[in-house]
Design a protein around this ligand. Sequence first.
Ligand SMILES: *Cc1c(COP(=O)(O)O)cnc(C)c1O
Length: 381
Amino acid sequence: MDAKDLHPDSIAAQALGWIDETTRAVTWPIHVSSTYIRDPDNQYRSGRGYIRADNPAFDQAEAVIRALEGGAQAALFASGMAAATAVFQALAPGDHVLAPKVMYWSLRNWLLNFATHWGLQVELIDMSDSAAVKAAIRPGKTKLVWIETPANPLWTITDVAATAQLAHAAGAVLAVDSTVATPMLTRPIEHGADIVMHAATKYLNGHSDLVAGVLVTRADDAFWQRIKSIRAYVGGTLGSFEAWLLTRGLRTLHLRVERACASAQRIAEHFAAHARVEAVLYPGLPGFDGHAVASRQMRGGFGGMLSIRVKGGEAAAIATAAKVQLWKRATSLGGTESLIEHRSSVEGAGSPVPTDLLRLSVGIEDAGDLIDDLEQALQQG
Ligand SMILES: *Cc1c(COP(=O)(O)O)cnc(C)c1O
């Protein structure tokens, strides 16, 4: 059967069902060669010459992610940051770029402290407000609109379809950091996005044991070819073993995301009116700003990420994080184990994150156990 006729769960479970024709193995082998034979007549008929440009170890993971996102091509990178920065590096000095005020903090810092040095004009705006996007976009000058939805760590929702229309009307590309939604919940290309980016370190791999990134494109156009060239020249390429592990992780993506969404929804509802909680930030709560847009563009759940604002401010939040036992105090997200983090300690100055906020990455443990652990931590906190 053609991948386009298959349900995403079937694509993921079999990683497209690739069989190694040499051995008939149902698990695709790990390719580690750094170089490839040139034919006697000086051609490279295999289409491969050197590992920095291209690696057969990437083929299966790229094909699975491309199929899940409904894109034309996918490219793995050495990290989510390597993938994201390749998109900006494909622009030219003087190009104007719009990015969200609420976004993954490392990328925001890189945009403000490095991309600007290369002559990109970076403007951070409220992407949840279409009127703000419309006012800030400069037709012919804005070349890229970068969004993240739901966005770290306030889970701000951006309307992909509305933003794509505004970007395209101005002649700009729309790129979406879809790490938190995963292709199981949102397929941004269906909503008009041109480029989709994932920190594959997170849900796509799902086991907190590698760092990887990926980009998917709607069209194999000149901009995409420039991005692919940047990967080959700059060398932000993934290792073969990591690519193989990523493919293994992808096989359970649908199950992990389904469980994380169900538990996150239950946890959000449980703590929404809690005496020790100021607010729960989760797109699945009907009172959350952006809930209506999220309901439209997310299918099957609102993701495994939420934040709680603890009554009593920063000290109470840190004390609560200190008391958890099942939840693990660590950064990152999207693994099988649930993580808790006092986010403003990480982001530092210039962050829009309130100091009483704890970021929760819900794993696949029993939701009741996760609730009980947070309850006892909040009581003591
Ligand atoms: C982790 C993360 C990144 C960066 O990915 P790395 O693999 O750590 O480089 C980018 N965006 C989001 C939303 C993330 O969570």
